[in-house]
Design a protein around this ligand. Structure first.
Ligand code: SAM
Length: 290
Protein backbone atom coordinates (compact mmCIF):
# COMPACT_ATOMS: atom_id res chain seq x y z
CA UNK A 1 0.00 0.00 0.00
CA UNK A 2 1.70 3.22 -1.18
CA UNK A 3 1.68 6.45 0.82
CA UNK A 4 -0.89 7.97 -1.53
CA UNK A 5 -3.13 4.90 -1.80
CA UNK A 6 -6.88 5.31 -1.26
CA UNK A 7 -6.65 3.68 2.20
CA UNK A 8 -3.98 6.13 3.33
CA UNK A 9 -5.96 9.13 2.10
CA UNK A 10 -8.98 7.93 4.09
CA UNK A 11 -10.34 10.82 6.18
CA UNK A 12 -10.50 8.89 9.49
CA UNK A 13 -7.06 7.33 8.91
CA UNK A 14 -5.54 10.80 8.67
CA UNK A 15 -7.65 12.30 11.44
CA UNK A 16 -6.40 9.51 13.75
CA UNK A 17 -2.82 10.59 13.14
CA UNK A 18 -3.66 14.25 13.65
CA UNK A 19 -5.41 13.54 16.96
CA UNK A 20 -2.79 11.03 18.20
CA UNK A 21 -4.77 7.77 17.92
CA UNK A 22 -2.83 4.66 16.88
CA UNK A 23 -5.57 3.54 14.48
CA UNK A 24 -8.71 4.91 12.82
CA UNK A 25 -10.67 2.31 14.85
CA UNK A 26 -10.54 4.77 17.78
CA UNK A 27 -13.37 6.72 16.15
CA UNK A 28 -15.59 3.63 16.10
CA UNK A 29 -15.35 3.25 19.87
CA UNK A 30 -15.70 7.01 20.42
CA UNK A 31 -18.83 7.14 18.25
CA UNK A 32 -20.33 4.06 19.91
CA UNK A 33 -19.70 5.62 23.31
CA UNK A 34 -21.26 8.92 22.16
CA UNK A 35 -24.43 6.98 21.40
CA UNK A 36 -24.52 4.54 24.36
CA UNK A 37 -22.39 6.32 27.00
CA UNK A 38 -21.07 2.95 28.21
CA UNK A 39 -17.69 4.34 29.40
CA UNK A 40 -19.35 6.63 31.94
CA UNK A 41 -18.18 5.65 35.45
CA UNK A 42 -16.08 2.68 34.23
CA UNK A 43 -13.08 1.86 36.46
CA UNK A 44 -12.00 -1.59 35.23
CA UNK A 45 -11.94 -2.67 31.61
CA UNK A 46 -10.69 -5.46 29.37
CA UNK A 47 -9.70 -4.74 25.76
CA UNK A 48 -9.57 -7.98 23.76
CA UNK A 49 -7.76 -8.03 20.39
CA UNK A 50 -6.32 -4.65 21.21
CA UNK A 51 -3.32 -4.06 18.91
CA UNK A 52 -2.12 -1.53 17.84
CA UNK A 53 -3.99 -0.03 20.77
CA UNK A 54 -6.32 2.80 19.75
CA UNK A 55 -9.27 1.37 21.74
CA UNK A 56 -6.95 1.04 24.76
CA UNK A 57 -5.96 4.68 24.25
CA UNK A 58 -9.65 5.67 24.36
CA UNK A 59 -10.14 3.55 27.49
CA UNK A 60 -7.06 4.99 29.17
CA UNK A 61 -8.21 8.55 28.48
CA UNK A 62 -11.80 8.00 29.58
CA UNK A 63 -10.99 5.96 32.69
CA UNK A 64 -8.49 8.53 33.93
CA UNK A 65 -11.14 11.25 33.41
CA UNK A 66 -13.59 9.11 35.40
CA UNK A 67 -10.98 8.67 38.15
CA UNK A 68 -10.49 12.44 38.43
CA UNK A 69 -14.20 12.72 39.24
CA UNK A 70 -14.01 9.99 41.92
CA UNK A 71 -10.41 10.10 43.27
CA UNK A 72 -11.46 8.13 46.37
CA UNK A 73 -12.04 5.05 44.16
CA UNK A 74 -9.14 2.64 43.35
CA UNK A 75 -6.91 3.45 40.34
CA UNK A 76 -8.43 2.41 36.99
CA UNK A 77 -7.39 -0.99 35.66
CA UNK A 78 -7.19 -1.82 31.95
CA UNK A 79 -6.04 -5.19 30.65
CA UNK A 80 -5.30 -5.33 26.89
CA UNK A 81 -4.69 -8.57 24.99
CA UNK A 82 -3.63 -9.35 21.44
CA UNK A 83 -1.83 -12.00 19.39
CA UNK A 84 0.54 -9.22 18.28
CA UNK A 85 2.99 -7.37 20.50
CA UNK A 86 1.79 -3.87 21.27
CA UNK A 87 3.87 -0.78 22.09
CA UNK A 88 3.43 0.17 25.79
CA UNK A 89 0.61 2.49 26.79
CA UNK A 90 0.33 4.38 30.07
CA UNK A 91 -1.98 2.69 32.56
CA UNK A 92 -2.59 -0.39 30.38
CA UNK A 93 -1.51 -3.90 31.41
CA UNK A 94 -0.57 -5.76 28.26
CA UNK A 95 -0.75 -9.43 27.54
CA UNK A 96 0.32 -11.12 24.30
CA UNK A 97 -1.80 -14.18 23.59
CA UNK A 98 -4.61 -15.85 21.70
CA UNK A 99 -8.03 -15.15 23.22
CA UNK A 100 -9.36 -18.51 22.02
CA UNK A 101 -6.79 -20.28 24.25
CA UNK A 102 -7.71 -21.28 27.76
CA UNK A 103 -4.29 -20.18 29.12
CA UNK A 104 -4.80 -16.58 27.84
CA UNK A 105 -8.28 -16.40 29.31
CA UNK A 106 -6.95 -17.62 32.64
CA UNK A 107 -4.20 -14.95 32.63
CA UNK A 108 -6.73 -12.19 31.96
CA UNK A 109 -8.92 -13.44 34.77
CA UNK A 110 -5.92 -13.60 37.13
CA UNK A 111 -5.18 -9.87 36.63
CA UNK A 112 -8.49 -9.08 38.25
CA UNK A 113 -7.63 -10.94 41.49
CA UNK A 114 -11.21 -12.07 41.90
CA UNK A 115 -12.44 -8.51 41.16
CA UNK A 116 -14.73 -7.83 38.23
CA UNK A 117 -14.58 -5.63 35.13
CA UNK A 118 -17.22 -3.01 34.35
CA UNK A 119 -16.79 -3.49 30.62
CA UNK A 120 -15.21 -5.89 28.13
CA UNK A 121 -14.60 -4.67 24.59
CA UNK A 122 -13.43 -6.73 21.63
CA UNK A 123 -12.51 -5.41 18.19
CA UNK A 124 -11.11 -8.79 17.13
CA UNK A 125 -10.88 -9.66 13.50
CA UNK A 126 -9.30 -12.70 11.90
CA UNK A 127 -7.15 -12.34 8.77
CA UNK A 128 -9.97 -12.42 6.26
CA UNK A 129 -9.72 -15.08 3.53
CA UNK A 130 -12.35 -13.63 1.20
CA UNK A 131 -14.42 -16.80 1.64
CA UNK A 132 -17.35 -15.09 3.32
CA UNK A 133 -18.83 -18.10 5.13
CA UNK A 134 -15.44 -19.03 6.50
CA UNK A 135 -14.64 -15.43 7.55
CA UNK A 136 -18.01 -15.06 9.28
CA UNK A 137 -17.57 -18.39 11.06
CA UNK A 138 -14.09 -17.50 12.36
CA UNK A 139 -15.29 -14.04 13.41
CA UNK A 140 -18.17 -15.68 15.29
CA UNK A 141 -15.71 -18.03 17.02
CA UNK A 142 -13.62 -15.06 18.08
CA UNK A 143 -16.71 -13.33 19.44
CA UNK A 144 -17.72 -16.44 21.39
CA UNK A 145 -14.20 -16.75 22.83
CA UNK A 146 -14.54 -13.11 23.93
CA UNK A 147 -17.98 -13.83 25.41
CA UNK A 148 -16.54 -16.82 27.27
CA UNK A 149 -13.84 -14.65 28.86
CA UNK A 150 -16.48 -12.00 29.56
CA UNK A 151 -18.61 -14.44 31.58
CA UNK A 152 -15.60 -14.91 33.91
CA UNK A 153 -14.66 -11.27 34.47
CA UNK A 154 -17.70 -9.04 33.90
CA UNK A 155 -19.68 -7.82 36.88
CA UNK A 156 -23.46 -8.21 36.85
CA UNK A 157 -24.87 -5.14 35.14
CA UNK A 158 -21.68 -4.69 33.08
CA UNK A 159 -21.32 -4.10 29.33
CA UNK A 160 -19.85 -6.13 26.48
CA UNK A 161 -19.07 -4.42 23.17
CA UNK A 162 -17.73 -6.41 20.23
CA UNK A 163 -17.22 -6.36 16.51
CA UNK A 164 -19.42 -8.72 14.49
CA UNK A 165 -19.79 -9.55 10.82
CA UNK A 166 -23.45 -9.10 9.97
CA UNK A 167 -23.77 -12.24 7.87
CA UNK A 168 -26.69 -14.59 7.29
CA UNK A 169 -26.25 -16.50 10.58
CA UNK A 170 -26.02 -13.44 12.77
CA UNK A 171 -29.36 -14.12 14.50
CA UNK A 172 -27.79 -17.23 16.06
CA UNK A 173 -25.20 -15.02 17.73
CA UNK A 174 -27.88 -12.55 18.84
CA UNK A 175 -29.78 -15.44 20.47
CA UNK A 176 -26.66 -16.58 22.29
CA UNK A 177 -25.88 -13.07 23.51
CA UNK A 178 -29.47 -12.58 24.69
CA UNK A 179 -28.95 -15.50 27.09
CA UNK A 180 -26.53 -13.28 29.01
CA UNK A 181 -27.68 -9.73 28.26
CA UNK A 182 -31.30 -8.51 28.26
CA UNK A 183 -30.34 -5.58 26.04
CA UNK A 184 -28.46 -6.33 22.82
CA UNK A 185 -28.16 -3.67 20.12
CA UNK A 186 -26.37 -3.83 16.81
CA UNK A 187 -24.73 -0.55 15.86
CA UNK A 188 -22.80 0.79 12.88
CA UNK A 189 -20.61 3.81 13.67
CA UNK A 190 -20.25 6.49 11.01
CA UNK A 191 -16.50 5.73 10.80
CA UNK A 192 -17.09 2.06 9.92
CA UNK A 193 -16.89 1.70 6.15
CA UNK A 194 -20.25 1.27 4.41
CA UNK A 195 -18.69 -1.37 2.18
CA UNK A 196 -17.77 -3.53 5.20
CA UNK A 197 -20.19 -6.03 6.77
CA UNK A 198 -18.68 -5.18 10.15
CA UNK A 199 -20.93 -3.76 12.84
CA UNK A 200 -20.76 -3.74 16.63
CA UNK A 201 -22.98 -5.34 19.22
CA UNK A 202 -23.52 -3.41 22.42
CA UNK A 203 -24.70 -5.82 25.11
CA UNK A 204 -25.84 -4.13 28.31
CA UNK A 205 -26.77 -5.13 31.84
CA UNK A 206 -24.96 -8.48 32.12
CA UNK A 207 -27.26 -11.00 33.78
CA UNK A 208 -26.09 -14.59 33.42
CA UNK A 209 -28.84 -17.22 33.74
CA UNK A 210 -29.52 -18.36 37.31
CA UNK A 211 -26.97 -21.00 38.39
CA UNK A 212 -24.79 -20.29 35.34
CA UNK A 213 -21.18 -21.28 36.08
CA UNK A 214 -18.56 -19.89 33.69
CA UNK A 215 -16.50 -22.64 32.11
CA UNK A 216 -13.57 -22.49 29.74
CA UNK A 217 -15.28 -24.85 27.32
CA UNK A 218 -16.88 -23.28 24.28
CA UNK A 219 -20.29 -24.87 24.07
CA UNK A 220 -22.08 -21.90 22.60
CA UNK A 221 -21.68 -22.43 18.87
CA UNK A 222 -22.78 -26.03 18.86
CA UNK A 223 -25.10 -25.74 15.91
CA UNK A 224 -24.70 -26.82 12.30
CA UNK A 225 -24.94 -24.11 9.69
CA UNK A 226 -27.34 -25.63 7.18
CA UNK A 227 -30.87 -24.99 5.96
CA UNK A 228 -32.25 -27.63 8.36
CA UNK A 229 -31.12 -25.55 11.27
CA UNK A 230 -32.39 -22.16 10.20
CA UNK A 231 -33.71 -20.36 13.23
CA UNK A 232 -37.39 -19.54 13.06
CA UNK A 233 -40.18 -18.46 15.40
CA UNK A 234 -39.13 -17.34 18.87
CA UNK A 235 -35.59 -18.66 18.30
CA UNK A 236 -34.99 -16.10 15.61
CA UNK A 237 -33.83 -13.07 17.55
CA UNK A 238 -33.91 -9.66 15.92
CA UNK A 239 -32.15 -6.91 17.82
CA UNK A 240 -32.49 -3.15 17.31
CA UNK A 241 -30.06 -1.58 14.84
CA UNK A 242 -28.72 1.93 15.50
CA UNK A 243 -26.41 4.01 13.30
CA UNK A 244 -24.17 6.25 15.39
CA UNK A 245 -21.67 9.07 14.94
CA UNK A 246 -22.47 12.60 13.77
CA UNK A 247 -24.46 12.20 10.56
CA UNK A 248 -23.03 15.52 9.38
CA UNK A 249 -19.50 14.27 10.13
CA UNK A 250 -17.14 12.54 7.73
CA UNK A 251 -18.45 9.62 5.70
CA UNK A 252 -16.32 6.49 6.35
CA UNK A 253 -15.59 6.03 2.64
CA UNK A 254 -14.40 9.59 2.07
CA UNK A 255 -10.76 10.09 1.06
CA UNK A 256 -8.52 13.09 0.42
CA UNK A 257 -8.19 13.86 -3.31
CA UNK A 258 -4.80 12.93 -4.78
CA UNK A 259 -3.51 16.42 -5.71
CA UNK A 260 -0.02 17.91 -5.65
CA UNK A 261 -0.83 19.60 -2.31
CA UNK A 262 -1.63 16.23 -0.65
CA UNK A 263 1.08 15.27 1.89
CA UNK A 264 1.20 11.78 3.42
CA UNK A 265 1.68 11.42 7.20
CA UNK A 266 3.93 8.76 8.77
CA UNK A 267 2.39 6.15 11.10
CA UNK A 268 2.06 7.32 14.70
CA UNK A 269 3.13 3.95 16.10
CA UNK A 270 4.71 1.55 13.60
CA UNK A 271 4.10 -2.14 14.45
CA UNK A 272 6.76 -3.66 16.76
CA UNK A 273 6.74 -6.89 14.83
CA UNK A 274 4.94 -6.43 11.54
CA UNK A 275 2.70 -9.43 10.75
CA UNK A 276 4.10 -9.37 7.20
CA UNK A 277 7.77 -9.53 8.39
CA UNK A 278 8.26 -13.23 7.51
CA UNK A 279 6.76 -12.73 4.03
CA UNK A 280 9.13 -9.79 3.41
CA UNK A 281 12.15 -11.83 4.54
CA UNK A 282 11.16 -14.69 2.23
CA UNK A 283 10.77 -12.22 -0.65
CA UNK A 284 14.17 -10.64 0.10
CA UNK A 285 15.75 -14.11 -0.02
CA UNK A 286 14.10 -14.74 -3.37
CA UNK A 287 12.03 -17.57 -1.87
CA UNK A 288 9.01 -16.97 -4.11
CA UNK A 289 11.01 -17.13 -7.36
CA UNK A 290 12.65 -20.50 -6.65
N1 SAM B 1 -9.03 -2.27 18.46
C1 SAM B 1 -7.69 -2.22 17.88
C2 SAM B 1 -7.24 -0.78 17.89
O1 SAM B 1 -8.07 0.08 18.10
O2 SAM B 1 -6.05 -0.53 17.73
C3 SAM B 1 -7.67 -2.79 16.48
C4 SAM B 1 -7.89 -4.28 16.48
S1 SAM B 1 -7.54 -5.02 14.94
C5 SAM B 1 -8.88 -4.53 13.96
C6 SAM B 1 -7.90 -6.70 15.21
C7 SAM B 1 -6.90 -7.39 16.11
O3 SAM B 1 -7.42 -8.68 16.45
C8 SAM B 1 -5.53 -7.65 15.48
O4 SAM B 1 -4.54 -6.93 16.15
C9 SAM B 1 -5.32 -9.16 15.66
O5 SAM B 1 -4.00 -9.51 16.03
C10 SAM B 1 -6.30 -9.46 16.79
N2 SAM B 1 -6.68 -10.87 16.89
C11 SAM B 1 -7.23 -11.66 15.93
N3 SAM B 1 -7.43 -12.90 16.40
C12 SAM B 1 -7.00 -12.90 17.70
C13 SAM B 1 -6.95 -13.89 18.71
N4 SAM B 1 -7.38 -15.13 18.48
N5 SAM B 1 -6.47 -13.56 19.92
C14 SAM B 1 -6.00 -12.30 20.15
N6 SAM B 1 -6.03 -11.32 19.23
C15 SAM B 1 -6.52 -11.61 18.02
Amino acid sequence: MGKSSKDKRDVYYRLAKEEGWRARSAFKLLQLDEEFNFLQGVQRAVDLCAAPGSWSQVLSKRLSENHKQTPEEPEPKIVAVDLQAMAPLDGVIQLQGDITKKSTAEKIISYFDGGMADIVICDGAPDVTGLHDMDEYIQAQLLLAALNITTHVLRPGGTFVAKIFRGKDITLLYSQLKIFFPTVTCSKPRSSRNSSIEAFIVCQNYQPPADYTPTMANPLLDLQYDAMNELTGPNRTIVPFIACGDLNGYDADRTYPLTSSYKALDPLQPPITAPYKTAMELKRNNFYNK
